[in-house]
Design a protein around this ligand. Structure first.
Ligand SMILES: [Zn+2]
Length: 363
């Protein structure tokens, strides 16, 4: 499954997707969603904002840029804005989520394309390579299935997820045809399954069955897709370099990830827990690692040398040709942290400087 991504150089740099937005951008999204602003006027304003998000990433030196996910509140809204069957905020927040999420209340039916217009704009305005993201089927199908609200429509999370697979598969095909260079599937809770506290909270008795659900979802979503590089984002909640995740079964996670038919996997890697790096010995040999070397939660900026050191630790287990650099997660506003855009710019620029140092050192 290994794919070079057609990268011209070693240690390519990418975002995970979202960037923090200025208050006025959030206001435009809010006014559009409440119909106080026409979608045409909102698009005109957001086009300008997205252009600056692209330029900001290019100025930081990133090899792949996104649209900052600045046209919507959350990465999930890509799906919920364009697919009916959901009612917002029905599933309350829990220690493993940053806010309430929608529940499935009726048949899941796609109304419009999820990403085509956004991707077309990104392709037309980015100088270099592009990355676009989509939420994965286990997230929008399985995680949004609720025994209370969804049973009359779909008998199980698996059944709801099966309905979402062709929608996401179709969208990846469209992104590929539009010329997007890397499509990333976001399954933020996949990594949490190996955390015993998460399983206890959600009453998951069979960890392997739950992990299989994610594998089946991802592999269904990417079936028949060959023209575009594919990435899977496993969120930074579960990091091999955080001490509080020491109880997690990373060998099971990497075994699971080895069965997904994607080229690249992101791993959170900016924590202080140095011993955790040993888990990388289990990292699938046929995959590229998206090494999350910049924290999206921690305030303050690491030096390029700190980042270089993190990468060098990973290089004890993964050859340099298979290493790409990215932040641990997206930077969009969340209840966990709402970083300043300038700070994020400097974080990204520092990551790109670290990549330069590594290229000179290991050319
Ligand atoms: Zn994430």
């Amino acid at each position: 499954m290994l794919d070079s991504n057609n990268n011209d150089q070693m240690f390519p740099t990418l975002v995970v997707g979202s960037l923090p937005r200025e208050e006025w951008v959030l206001d435009v999204i809010k006014s559009r969603n409440s119909h106080d602003l026409s979608s045409e006027e909102a698009d005109r304003l957001l086009d300008g904002a997205v252009l600056s998000a692209i330029k900001m990433q290019e100025s930081a030196g990133l090899d792949y840029v996104s649209d900052g996910e600045w046209r919507r509140n959350s990465y999930l809204d890509t799906f919920f804005d364009n697919v009916c069957g959901y009612e917002p905020d029905l599933i309350p927040p829990n220690p493993f989520s940053s806010g309430p999420v929608p529940a499935i209340v009726s048949k899941i039916v796609q109304q419009r394309s999820l990403t085509t217009d956004d991707a077309r704009f990104l392709e037309a305005n980015a100088n270099g390579k592009t990355i676009a993201t989509l939420p994965g089927p286990a997230t929008v199908g399985g995680k949004m299935w609720s025994p209370e609200h969804s049973t009359s429509v779909y008998s199980s999370p698996e059944e709801a997820m099966e309905t979402c697979i062709p929608i996401i598969n179709g969208e990846i095909k469209k992104l590929s045809r539009l010329g997007i260079d890397l499509v990333q599937i976001d399954e933020p809770w996949l990594g949490d399954v190996i955390n015993p506290r998460y399983r206890e909270f959600h009453g998951i008795e069979d960890m392997d069955r739950e992990l299989d659900l994610y594998v089946n979802g991802v592999n269904g979503a990417v079936e028949g897709i060959e023209e575009v590089s594919l990435s899977l984002h496993v969120c930074g909640h579960t990091s091999i370099t955080n001490q509080d995740t020491d109880q997690c079964q990373f060998d099971s996670l990497f075994e699971t990830l080895s069965r997904t038919n994607v080229h690249r996997l992101t791993i959170a890697f900016a924590g202080p827990h140095r011993d955790g790096v040993r888990w990388l010995k289990n990292f699938p040999e046929d995959k590229i690692v998206g090494l999350g070397v910049v924290s999206t939660i921690k305030k303050g900026i690491d030096s390029p040398d700190d980042i270089v050191e993190r990468v060098e630790r990973a290089m004890e287990y993964i050859p340099k040709e298979r290493i790409t650099l990215n932040p641990e997660c997206g930077f969009a506003p969340s209840t966990r942290n709402r970083p300043d855009l300038d700070e994020v710019y400097i974080k990204l620029k520092t990551m790109c400087l670290a990549a330069e140092i590594l290229r000179e050192k290991y050319a």
